[in-house]
Each structure stands twice: as C-alpha cells, then as structure tokens.
Design a protein around this ligand. Structure first.
Ligand code: GDP
Ligand code: MN
Length: 388
C-alpha cells in the first residue's frame, strides 16, 4: 500500500525525522491561509501516489500567500502526468503547503528490503534530487548501500559509512545519524517495504531534513497496522483492483497488454503470463481466484476482467485442486451471458470435476474456445485477441 507524501512525513516525524512545517489544503483559499501562517514563502506540492511531480509541474515555489493561492489553483484539479503515473496522469485533489527551505545540497536516502540477502538495506547518495533514476541507471557506484542485521538494528558505524559517502561531517553528520536511525525505526515499526527521502537536504543554515518522503507498506502486514490502513486513499488506486479486494477476490493486477487472465494460484498466474508472452501476446491483467468455490465470485471475477477496456480475449486457466472445475464452468457460462460485448473466452480446464465442467460448457452452447494444455490455450488466446 502507498500513502501520500504528507502522510509519510507525519510518520517519519513521529520517529524523530525532521521535516518542514506545513499542512494540506483542498482549495486555493485554504492554501493561501496556510501560506500566510507560514510567513508567505512556501512550496505548494501536489499530493498524488506517484513521484516525479516536480518535473510534471506539481511542485511550485511561492513567495507570498497570493502566489501560493495562484500555484494551488493551478495544481488542484490538474491531471498531473509524471513518469510514474502513465499517460492519463492522476487528478490532484490535495496540496501540501510547506515552509520554503533554502537548499544548499540535495541528497538521497532510502531503506528497503533486499530480497536477495533477506535484509533491510539503507542506500544513500550525494546525487539526490530529481535525477536519481538516471544516477541509478548510469552511475550506480554513486549510490552507497549498507545492509542491516535486523537483530542488532541500525548501528552507528553504518551511519558513519553513509555520512562519509554523503560528505557530511561535524554537526551535519550528527543530525544525519539521528535522522537515519529515525528512518530505520519508522520502516521497521510500520512494516514498510520502502521508506525513501529524496531529496534529503542540507539547508543554507546547516539543518538536515526530509524535503520529500515516500513510504510503501507491506500489504501482508497491514492487518497489524490499523493506523496505516487508515491512511489509505482508494482514489489513487486502480478501481478494478479495489473492487476485486472488496469482493474478496484475492488478487487482481492490471497490466499493459490485451489478454485478460483468470487463474487459480500465483504460480499458475506466472506460468500463464509466460505462456502468453511465449506465444507472442501480452497479458492485459490477471486475476487469481484462488480456491473460490462460489459461482458468483467467478462471475464477479470475469466481469472485472471483461470491464478492462484493453481486454480483447480472456484466457481461463484453471487447474482444479480445491477449486472445482464445474463451479468455474458455471461461472464462465453466467458471465458470458452477462457480458455486454462479446469477448472470446479460451478455457483450459483440468482437475477436480473437470468432466462435469466440460459437460456444462458443451450443453450451454456458448462459443467457449477449448484447449487441452497451457501452450495451446495461450496460442488460441493470442490468435483470438489479434482477430478481435
Ligand atoms: P518529486 O518531484 O515528486 O520527487 O517532488 P519533490 O518533493 O522531491 O520536489 C521536487 C523538487 O522541488 C525537489 O527536488 C527540490 O529541488 C524542489 N523543492 C521542493 N521543496 C523545496 C523547497 O522548500 N525549497 C527549494 N529550494 N526547493 C524545493
Ligand atoms: Mn522527490
């Protein structure tokens, strides 16, 4: 789960990470008021669940309450397009108005889990700011990484190593060390998967603070963090993914191609998508129905897949174990009768009650394209999507 910058900053501040003073507004008049309370000089920042806002025109400096009002009226309601939003962009509903900092240096600092070593790592770079992706791609050696033993936690020598890479000494190093500890503590205490500060700045008067903040949370740990769940903004999420979760369908993921996939199990989802790519196609999405033995859920699942405007064909790949193929088949039949536009459905069904499932589909008279194995199913789905 993702949260907005202002929410990430609130969490980090709780753990002692210094952040600029500021508040959020949903109207230009509200932004003007906050700017006045901050003394006029401020930054107006679009709050969306995507980075790259600065380059997209979503971050504006203002030197008076009037300028802040003007900046907010331009940012609020805009369809902000960044390299992380996709071409449609994301509509801005909230701005964060913060005191403006006199920035001397822009650095980069982040904590995330390195799956390869099964540990958190802290990364730092003296080349922070809006070009960090380019730094990572072209000069990865400019990013210093330290791995953290979760038992002993974030040790002072790790902070020294990172501060050295950042060129921080004396008092700035002391401040940065405290800040790094706070960042690590917030990351662990909230079960985050990412806590990133870009830029971490040194101000003209020698203060070290988080000018931007991003936190992502491990969905599998959300159950023990009601305080994090409360920060969820569903407007920022893919509506079909939200609906799938609300209907108790474990997993719907939107992708870029044109073949919708209904599968049971994460491994089968991966194998199905690999097979589609091998057959020259691209998946539009996949929905993992898990062991749902409920016709209505299968219908809901297929309707969510079919509603995706990119979907030109649907591949149903079910290997019935706990899941019963006859239930899936009944769901396919009912969903096909419900679909407003006819989308070709290719079904590869195997496992529990497969004979009964086959019989139901045959008797329905619906044009379900059949396949005996996954390779054949993928080829037929790619052909059906091309023909559509
Ligand atoms: P992002 O583009 O979505 O990552 O948004 P950021 O919060 O990182 O802001 C983008 C850029 O705006 C930063 O890298 C800074 O260069 C600039 N910026 C943001 N706040 C301030 C500020 O208070 N003072 C100054 N001088 N620059 C700022
Ligand atoms: Mn940033």
């Amino acid at each position: 789960m993702k949260v907005h910058e202002y929410q990430a900053k609130q969490i980090l501040a709780e753990f002692g990470v210094p952040v600029p003073q500021g508040r959020t507004a949903t109207t230009a008049a509200g932004a003007k008021e906050i700017a006045a309370s901050l003394g006029g000089r401020c930054v107006v920042k679009a709050q969306i669940h995507a980075g790259g806002r600065g380059k997209g025109g979503g971050v504006k400096l203002a030197n008076s309450p009037e300028e802040a009002e003007q900046a907010a009226s331009r940012i609020l309601g805009m369809q902000l397009v960044t390299h992380q939003t996709g071409p449609a962009g994301q509509k801005v509903k909230t701005v964060l108005v913060e005191e403006q900092m006199a920035v001397a240096r822009e650095l980069y600092l982040a904590v995330l889990i390195d799956g390869a070593i099964a540990r958190p790592v802290m990364m730092a770079s003296a080349a922070g700011g809006m070009e960090i992706e380019e730094v990572a791609a072209k000069t990865p050696e400019a990013i210093q990484r330290v791995s953290i033993d979760p038992v002993t936690g974030f040790q002072p020598h790790l902070a020294r190593e990172l501060c050295f890479a950042l060129g921080l000494t004396g008092d700035a190093m002391k401040q940065a060390t405290r800040l790094m500890s706070g960042l690590y503590d917030a990351f662990i205490a909230r079960d985050a998967s990412l806590a990133e500060i870009n830029p971490l700045v040194v101000t003209d008067d020698g203060r070290v603070l988080a000018l931007d903040a991003k936190m992502n949370f491990d969905d599998n740990a959300l159950f023990r963090h009601p305080e994090v769940q409360a920060l969820r903004d569903k407007d920022e999420e893919d509506p079909s993914e939200v609906e799938a979760q609300e209907k108790g369908i474990s997993n719907f993921i939107k992708l870029d191609g044109d073949i919708g996939c209904l599968v049971n199990g994460a491994g089968l989802a991966m194998a199905t998508m690999d097979s589609i790519k091998l057959a020259g196609g691209e998946p539009a999405n996949f929905l993992d129905i898990a062991t749902a033995n409920d016709v209505d859920k299968v219908v809901d699942a297929l309707m969510i897949i079919a509603r995706d405007p990119d979907v030109k064909a649907i591949l149903v790949n079910i290997f019935g174990g706990m899941a019963r193929v006859d239930v899936i088949a009944e769901g396919i039949i009912q969903a096909q009768r419900k679909m407003r536009k006819a989308i070709p459905v290719v079904a590869r069904l195997a496992g529990t009650n497969v004979e009964e499932g086959e019989r139901l589909i045959n008797e329905s008279g619906l044009p379900v394209i059949r396949a005996q194995d996954l390779g054949e199913a993928a080829k037929k789905a790619v052909a059906a999507a091309r023909a559509a």
